[in-house]
Ligand binder design. Structure first.
Ligand code: ARG
Length: 466
């Protein structure tokens, strides 16, 4: 073999700047295990089909394991001249076993080889991410169980709206991450397709047994169109889409953790081990982990834009543009994994300031809807009841009969309340207490104690926590 596998047709050697520019080894060396595993299956299949002899296959298989060891022991030299991990491994195999290494690439192109490697990689990583998301769900459910009856204000428009259980709020994130897992699980169906045997684009003239290669590599099916096989990166786009949605969920949780840990909210205290200080302001304790997770959402969504734009308008079949798929893909995998892992560790290290949450739920007219509901129970149509309650709120804001400092609805006297409707009786105070407000919200999915406890139990069972 000359310097380059395509030497035969070329009379000039590649410009060094071009070598540097076209090389992807810094990025795709991560794929070495996937590449070697793919080659092993290819060799076994070729020996089985008598395309190479069993002896040749044995030599090459042993050689590939040697190469794997060398890469793992860091006793391996990378060079731009060899472009990518595929050519590095083939060259290293030649150094191990000599001439016979030239048979490895029979019936194969780097186009179907790289498609295979990325699919092997992504199947493994998607499984790992799903496992990590499973652990995170366990942490969320355990935390919800721990603080099952802590009350907090629920918000809409970031304005206090109605009281909810903190556990209910946490379980909302459990639902999001559960759906993320389902999305990843579904995406594996499209990743789990074996492209090898498609060769450059048109398939191959060798009698490859693609079904055997599939079995050896543990894929669910063999791809059906050679041109599609080498040019399809839908599975990468789909994975990064799923990851982007998961990161959006992380960014929402992060935003809440940042807000809640501020002195304005003071709902939570993140432990020292998961916060950092300021180099100038001695009093500062910053929620950097949450901020960084929120910031990293930008990276992943950026990666989604990158892969979509790389693939846009590419004619069939393989184009070198597609080499650019790996950086956004690997970065997405690494970023998402890091975010899942750090949150799984950080969440149990958050202290919940229950009194502050409860106090906040008691101020801001969070029982105004329930005053309206009370009137509805007594026979007033909801729209009228809403207006009565609204007038009572305005009256309370201006301090009730005496004026001055504003009061809450439950701080008004029964006579003050009665002027808005004579349907209001002394039982109103119990009716609009937080306890009662929560315990009335019993339709499926609502925030009553009993409901949330049930939701936590169902989730615990699903996550093998019980
Ligand atoms: N490094 C290339 C990539 O990742 C491998 C495929 C190269 N194929 C080619 N025809 N130059 O896309």
């Amino acid at each position: 073999m000359g310097q380059k596998p395509w030497d035969g047709r070329f009379s000039q050697s590649t410009d060094k700047m071009v070598e540097r520019f076209t090389s992807s080894i810094d990025i795709d060396k991560v794929l070495y295990n996937c590449d070697i595993d793919g080659s092993i299956a290819h060799l076994k299949m070729m020996a089985n089909q008598s395309i190479i002899t069993q002896n040749e296959a044995d030599t090459l298989l042993k050689g590939l394991e040697q190469v794997r060891k060398k890469i793992e022991s860091k006793d391996f030299e990378y060079s731009d001249a060899l472009e990518d991990i595929h050519m590095h491994i083939e060259k290293a195999l030649g150094d191990e076993v000599g001439e016979v290494a030239k048979k490895l690439h029979t019936g194969r192109s780097r186009n179907d080889q790289v498609a295979l490697d990325v699919r092997i990689y992504l199947k493994r990583e998607t499984e790992a991410i799903m496992n990590a998301l499973f652990s995170l769900q366990r942490v969320l459910v355990q935390t919800a169980q721990k603080y099952i009856d802590v009350v907090m204000p629920g918000y809409t428009h970031l304005q206090r709206a109605q009281p909810v259980l903190f556990s209910h709020h946490l379980m909302a994130y459990y639902e999001m991450f559960k759906r993320d897992c389902e999305r990843f699980e579904d995406s594996i169906k499209r990743t789990d397709v074996m492209p090898l045997g498609s060769a450059a684009l048109a398939g191959t003239t060798y009698p490859l047994d693609r079904e055997l290669t599939r079995k050896l590599l543990g894929f669910s099916k063999v791809s059906d169109n050679s041109m599609d096989s080498v040019s399809d990166r839908d599975f990468v786009m789909e994975f990064i889409s799923c990851a982007s949605i998961a990161m959006i969920h992380f960014s929402r949780l992060s935003e809440e953790l940042v807000l809640w840990s501020s002195s304005e909210f003071a709902f939570i205290t993140i432990s020292d081990a998961f916060t950092t200080g300021s180099s100038i302001m001695p009093q500062k304790k910053n929620p950097d982990v949450a901020e960084l997770v929120r910031g990293k959402t930008g990276r992943v969504v950026g990666n989604l834009m990158a892969i979509l734009t790389i693939m846009k308008s590419l004619p069939l079949a393989y184009n070198r543009d597609m080499q650019e798929d790996k950086e956004p893909l690997f970065d997405t995998v690494n970023t998402l994994k890091a975010c899942i892992d750090i949150y799984s560790k950080m969440i149990p290290n958050i202290e919940i300031n229950q009194n502050n949450m409860l106090n906040a739920a008691q101020k801001g007219y969070l029982n105004a809807t329930d005053l309206a509901d009370y009137l509805v129970v007594k026979g007033l149509p909801f729209r009228e009841a809403h207006s009565v309650s609204g007038r009572a709120v305005a009256f309370a804001i201006s301090g009730g009969a005496e004026g001055g400092q504003s009061k809450e609805l439950h701080e008004l006297s029964i006579d003050e309340l009665k002027q808005f409707s004579d349907l209001i009786d002394g039982d109103i105070f119990d009716f609009i207490s937080i306890e009662k407000m929560l315990s009335r919200r019993v339709t499926h999915g609502s925030t009553s104690y009993a409901n949330v406890q049930k939701a936590v139990e169902v989730a615990s069972k699903r996550l093998n926590l019980k």
